[in-house]
Design a protein around this ligand. Structure first.
Ligand code: FE2
Ligand code: FE2
Length: 488
């Protein structure tokens, strides 16, 4: 019998200011630290969260349980009143450290002293991405192509906010004063700020329009998924449980991205058909229809894919080896992989830039873990691209989207210092400069897309450049009032 009658393993306690299933009511020190952090978080949300919609009522899902079948409830909520909580997946009886030098030991419930600094670093890097994307997306509400899309944007935003809470809880619970300082720092850095930028490059880029938002949630949130998947393997059990629950929310973010791009594709193909345009490269005529041509979609995909690849860090990395060896960060699907899970003598093929050419070479598997995770990510992306291509094929348009070479447009790792075409051919600086606007969005492309970004806020209506979704949120009809807009 647990000491507190009110506390049931797995149930979420809504009586404290911070909903949680970690028994905060009986953890006075951490509850106090979180309550002290809360006002700063709300300040941050009001000044850096969705601009102009803080008084609107949004049909949001809120996590109210960790039961996979019924973990969320839906209702109209003003975003600043969203119940951001601390939710961990249930503890698994007898869970072990499943990889690295400590393989086979009991999973840790406390931070191993020797790994304190490393673990703190992992939490802060993950935590920093969460508020960053909210900052990047804060202007998008104003140009939402429908109330349905607006609601999805805000859902993603509040959940990224909750993911920040998740990391802050771990920092405050397990890292004392250092953790509290890091938690403050997470509210101080700003996406794109010259003096205090967010920690990772892709999280300092602008998200200027809705096509960028869909691409970001497809490509960059998917990097988030891969990072969470490997942290969910952690031998530090509270981190594993935290990430497992975050992944249930993350799935929706990628859904927003994949279906968003899919709906743009459908609308474009439909408009081309109706106008009798067969050639997908007849860009001027297609744009005159008020839809986004497929070659421009390809450029946007090239940009967001390459920026997201940079998030995986250097292909060969001793940090990655240390994270694995110490049992803190595993591989994607670690426990399903058939090997010794220690990797002390294994090798892994890495694409490198050697003697002026791009070559595959074997590296020690331990130092190649970033490369491996990135390979798993690329496969996952390819699945989505294939589904997009099915839509194009079904519409009878002769065009296929593809992922560019991993050497294309890179700023971190093996290919940071070279220029390569989307099909992986090395280029001189002059060749690159000449072709750049064929492969990445040009300022003209940006202006065209911006010209389409006019708000469409009537119930059941959709902007001309994107198809309505097949089904609404929570089985609601297409003309549901997903957002009740009130100025603020
Ligand atoms: Fe997140
Ligand atoms: Fe996300």
């Amino acid at each position: 019998m647990n000491g507190s009658a009110a506390y049931v393993e797995g149930a979420v306690d809504y009586t404290t200011k911070i909903p949680n299933n970690v028994n905060l009511a009986e953890d006075g020190r951490v509850l106090k630290a979180l309550e002290q952090w809360h006002p700063g978080y709300i300040d941050w949300w009001m000044s850096m969260g969705p601009e102009g919609f803080q008084a609107s009522e949004v049909y949001l899902r809120t996590a109210v349980s960790i039961d996979p079948k019924g973990w969320a409830k839906f209702g109209h909520v003003k975003m600043p009143e969203y119940r951001w909580g601390v939710l961990l997946a249930p503890q698994e009886e007898g869970r072990l450290v499943n990889f690295g030098a400590h393989k086979g030991e009991k999973a840790w419930q406390e931070v191993p002293g020797e790994y304190r600094a490393m673990l703190r670093r992992l939490l802060v890097i993950q935590g920093d991405t969460e508020p960053a994307s909210v900052e990047q997306q804060r202007h998008l509400g104003k140009t939402a192509p429908s109330l349905y899309d607006m609601r999805n944007l805000f859902q993603v935003n509040v959940e990224e906010g909750r993911h920040l809470w998740a990391m802050v809880y771990l920092l405050q619970k397990y890292f004392g004063k250092d953790g509290r300082e890091e938690a403050e720092g997470l509210l101080e850095r700003r996406s794109g700020d010259v003096d205090k930028p967010r920690m990772l490059g892709a999280f300092n880029e602008a998200t200027p329009d809705w096509l960028s938002f869909y691409m970001f949630t497809f490509f960059t949130d998917r990097d988030g998924k891969m990072q969470l998947e490997s942290l969910a393997q952690s031998g530090f059990d509270p981190l594993s449980r935290t990430c497992r629950f975050m992944l249930t929310e993350e799935a929706h973010h990628m859904f927003v991205g994949e279906t968003g791009v899919g709906r743009v594709i459908e609308r474009t193909c439909e408009a081309m058909k109706a106008a009798g345009i067969e050639d997908p490269f007849d860009i001027a005529r297609i744009r005159a229809l008020g839809v986004i041509d497929l070659p421009t979609l390809q450029k946007k995909a090239n940009l967001h894919f390459s920026l997201s690849l940079d998030l995986f860090g250097s292909e060969v990395s001793t940090n990655a080896a240390n994270f694995f060896n110490s049992g803190l960060k595993g591989r994607f699907m670690e426990t399903k992989i058939d090997d010794d899970h220690r990797l002390t003598s294994a090798v892994y093929p890495v694409l490198k830039f050697i003697d002026g050419e791009i070559r595959m070479v074997d590296e020690p598997a331990l130092t190649a873990l970033n490369m491996r995770l990135r390979d798993d990510y690329v496969k996952d992306c390819q699945g989505g691209v294939n589904r997009w291509n099915k839509l194009i094929e079904k519409a009878g348009v002769r065009f296929a989207l593809s992922l560019p070479s991993v050497a294309f447009n890179r700023h971190i790792g093996e290919f940071a210092g070279v220029e390569a075409s989307p099909d992986g051919k090395l280029l001189t600086a002059a060749q690159w400069a000449k072709m750049r606007d064929q492969w990445l969005p040009s300022s003209g492309d940006g202006e065209f897309i911006a010209s389409l970004m006019t708000p469409c806020w009537e119930r059941g209506e959709y902007a001309r450049w994107v198809s309505p979704p097949k089904v609404g949120v929570d089985n609601k009809p297409g003309d549901f009032d997903y957002v009740r807009i009130h100025a603020g």
